[in-house]
Design a protein around this ligand. Structure first.
Ligand SMILES: Cc1cc2nc3c(=O)[nH]c(=O)nc-3n(C[C@H](O)[C@H](O)[C@H](O)COP(=O)(O)OP(=O)(O)OC[C@H]3O[C@@H](n4cnc5c(N)ncnc54)[C@H](O)[C@@H]3O)c2cc1C
Length: 544
C-alpha cells in the first residue's frame, strides 16, 4: 500500500515542470553554432523530420571522423587527449550511452560481461519519445532502426477481457506522437537493435568482460574500473549501465537495497502466426484476475507474447518442454481463442521465464566520476514498454550535460546535472509502470447489466464493479494523459545550443501543442479538458 502511495505521488510529481539548469559553458554564436558539424547539418538544417530512407546510413562514420577533435575541450593545453569513458554493460542503455559519447568525440570503451548477447524476450517496443531521442543521438542509426522495424503505434492498441476478447479500453499512441511530429511507436528485434548499435560504435565493445568493482578517491580526477579477471581500467568517467543487479550501484550506494519482487513472473515467446486483426491491431493486453497476457505484432508473420502471472519467485519448477502445456491447461484454459491461437503456434522449446523485479525510485545516480544509467538507475515493470526508452533518454541527456560542461575537471558536476535532469521523469515512469501493474492485478471480469428490470446482472463481485467503474476513466482520462506525458520528451529538456533547435512539435517549438488535424484514433487535449472543466455531477454520470 505504501509502495502504491509512493508511486502515485511520484507520478503526480512528474507533472511539475522539470528544472532546467543554467548552462555553464555556453557555445558562442547562434543557436547552432556551438554544434559539431554533423549535428548542425543533420538536425539544425532540417525543415521537418528526416524520413528513414532519406538519411545516409553512413552518417555515423562521417560523424566520428568529423568531430574526433571536438571533445578535446577548447583552450585546454592537453587538448589532444579526449575524455576516456568506461561503460559497464553493453545492453541498450550502455550501447546508446557509448554511441552518444563516441559521437561527441570521447574515447569510449564498453565492457559487457556476456560472451554473447542473449537478451530476454524477443523484440522490444521503442516508443515515440525514445525514437525522438535516437534521432538526436545518431540520425544514421535512427534511420536503420526505422527501416528494420515494425510500426504498431499507428494501429489500434489496448486492453481486452481475457475470457470474452471484448475490448475493455483502447489507447491512442498515434495522436500524441503525430502532434509532436514524432514517429509512431515501433517494435524491433533486440538482436537487430544491438547489431545496429554495436556496428555504429565500432570496435569499442569488449564482451566477456565483467566489471566487478571500481575505485575512485574523493577529488581524484580518475576512476579505475576493476574486471573479474583482475584487469584494471583507468578512465575519466565510469557509466554503470549494468542492469537491475548493477555491481556499480552496489558500490556507489553505501546502503544498498535489493530490488523488490514486482508480484509477477513472466513467460515470453514468439508465435508464428498471423491473427485476423493484424492489419488494424498492434498491441493487445488480455486481462484476467491476477494475470494478464500481452501480444504484439512484431512483423514477418510473428507475434510476441508475454504471460504475466502472480506466482511467487522461484516457486515454479517446470521442465522447458512443459511450460506451454502448463500455461494452456492450468492458467489460460478458459481464455479467448485469440490467446490459444498464439500458444498453439509457439515452438515448445522457445518459451522463456523470468521473475520480474523493480525498485522503488532512488534519487542518487551519480557520485564523483561515476553515474548510473538505464535499469541500473531505475528498473521498472515492463507494462508501459518504457524501460529501454528511459535508458535511451538517459544516454541523450548524459551526452548533453557533458557537452555543456565543456571542462574535464567538471565531469562530477556534469554527472550531477544529468542526475537531477533525469531523476523526476524516470521516477514518474517507474511509478506509472508499477501503478499500472497494480491496477491490472485488481482486474476482474467487469459487471454487465443485461437487463435493469427484471434485473439481470453478471459478474457482481466488488472487484468486477470496480473494474467496470474504472473503464471509462482509463479510456478517456488515464491513457491520454499517460501518453501526453510519456511523449513529451525531449521537449524543453534539450538545450538547443547543444543538440538541436526547437523542432516542430517539441514543447519548445513554435508549433508546440497546437491542435492537429491529422486523422488519428482520437483527438488530443480532450482528456485534460475533461479532467479540469467537466462539472463533478456530469463527470460521475459519464465515467462512473
Ligand atoms: C518482459 C519484458 C519486456 C520489456 N519490454 C520492453 C519494451 O517493449 N520497451 C522498452 O523500452 N523496454 C522494455 N523492457 C525493459 C527493457 O528490457 C530494459 O529496461 C532495458 O533492457 C534496460 O537496458 P539496460 O541497458 O539499462 O539494462 P540491460 O538490458 O539489463 O543490460 C545490462 C547489460 O549489462 C551486462 N552486465 C550486467 N552486469 C555487468 C557487469 N558487472 N559488467 C559488465 N556487464 C554487465 C548485461 O549482460 C547486459 O548486457 C522490457 C522488460 C521485460 C522484462
Amino acid at each position: 500500500m505504501l509502495h502504491l502511495a509512493l508511486c502515485t505521488t511520484v507520478t503526480l510529481l512528474a507533472w511539475v515542470p522539470l528544472r532546467r539548469p543554467v548552462p555553464l559553458a555556453m557555445p558562442r554564436g547562434g543557436a547552432c553554432s556551438g554544434l559539431p558539424a554533423w549535428h548542425a547539418r543533420s538536425l539544425c538544417s532540417r525543415s521537418g523530420k528526416p524520413m528513414a530512407n532519406q538519411l545516409a546510413v553512413s552518417t555515423t562514420q562521417q560523424q566520428q571522423q568529423e568531430h574526433t577533435s571536438w571533445a578535446t575541450f577548447e583552450g585546454d593545453a592537453a587538448a589532444s587527449t579526449p575524455l576516456r569513458v568506461m561503460v559497464a554493460g553493453g545492453g541498450i542503455g550502455g550501447l546508446c550511452a557509448a554511441l552518444v559519447l563516441k559521437n561527441e568525440g570521447y574515447d569510449v570503451r564498453v565492457f559487457e560481461k556476456a560472451q554473447q548477447y542473449k537478451p530476454f524476450g524477443g523484440p522490444i517496443q521503442i516508443a515515440s519519445n525514445a525514437l525522438e531521442s535516437l534521432l538526436r543521438i545518431d540520425a544514421g542509426v535512427y534511420s536503420q532502426i526505422m527501416a528494420r522495424s515494425t510500426m504498431i503505434g499507428d494501429r489500434k492498441n489496448g486492453l481486452k477481457d481475457g475470457l470474452s476478447s471484448e475490448w475493455f479500453a483502447t489507447f491512442d499512441l498515434y495522436s500524441p506522437a503525430k502532434a509532436r511530429n514524432q514517429d509512431a511507436s515501433i517494435v524491433i528485434d533486440r538482436p537487430i537493435l544491438q547489431e545496429i548499435l554495436v556496428e555504429a560504435i565500432g570496435d569499442s565493445v569488449q564482451t566477456g568482460a565483467e566489471v566487478v568493482s571500481y575505485e575512485s578517491a574523493a577529488g581524484s580526477s580518475k576512476v579505475i574500473g576493476v574486471l573479474s579477471d583482475g584487469t584494471r581500467h583507468e578512465a575519466d568517467l565510469l557509466v554503470g549501465a549494468d542492469g537491475i543487479w548493477s555491481k556499480v550501484r552496489a558500490i556507489m550506494d553505501p546502503n544498498p537495497k535489493a530490488p523488490v519482487w514486482s508480484g509477477y513472473t513472466c513467460f515470453a515467446a514468439i508465435a508464428n502466426c498471423v491473427p485476423d486483426d493484424i492489419a488494424e491491431v498492434g498491441y493487445k493486453v488480455y486481462l484476467g484476475s491476477r494475470k494478464y497476457f500481452v501480444s504484439v505484432d512484431v512483423g514477418g508473420g510473428r507475434v510476441q507474447w508475454y504471460a504475466f502471472l502472480n506466482v511467487p519467485p522461484k516457486s515454479l519448477a517446470l521442465a522447458p518442454g512443459d511450460q506451454l502445456r502448463w500455461l494452456k491447461e492450468t492458467q489460460f484454459s478458459e481464455w479467448s481463442e485469440e490467446v490459444h491461437q498464439l500458444l498453439d503456434s509457439t515452438p515448445i522449446e522457445d518459451v522463456e521465464q523470468r521473475d520480474l523485479y523493480d525498485r522503488i525510485p532512488e534519487l542518487r545516480w551519480a557520485a564523483g566520476r561515476v553515474c548510473l544509467l538505464g535499469d541500473a538507475a531505475h528498473p521498472m515493470m515492463p507494462n508501459l514498454g518504457q524501460g529501454g526508452g528511459m535508458a535511451i533518454e538517459d544516454a541523450l541527456v548524459l551526452g548533453q550535460e557533458l557537452k555543456r560542461i565543456g571542462d574535464p575537471d567538471a565531469v562530477p558536476l556534469a554527472l550531477t546535472q544529468y542526475n537531477s535532469n533525469r531523476v523526476v521523469r524516470a521516477a514518474a515512469v517507474q511509478g506509472m509502470s508499477r501503478l499500472s501493474s497494480a491496477i491490472l492485478f485488481q482486474y476482474n471480469h467487469p459487471t454487465v447489466v443485461d437487463s435493469v428490470w427484471p434485473p439481470r446482472i453478471r459478474n457482481l463481485g466488488p472487484r468486477s464493479v470496480i473494474t467496470r467503474a474504472c473503464q471509462g476513466f482509463l479510456q478517456r482520462i488515464a491513457f491520454p494523459l499517460q501518453f501526453e506525458f510519456l511523449f513529451s520528451f525531449p521537449g524543453k529538456m534539450l538545450d538547443p545550443q547543444v543538440f538541436v533547435t526547437a523542432a516542430n512539435g517539441d514543447f519548445a517549438g513554435p508549433d508546440a501543442m497546437k491542435p492537429h488535424s491529422a486523422s488519428g484514433p482520437s483527438e488530443r487535449g480532450v482528456a485534460e479538458k475533461t479532467l479540469t472543466r467537466t462539472p463533478l455531477k456530469e463527470w460521475f454520470a459519464t465515467y462512473w
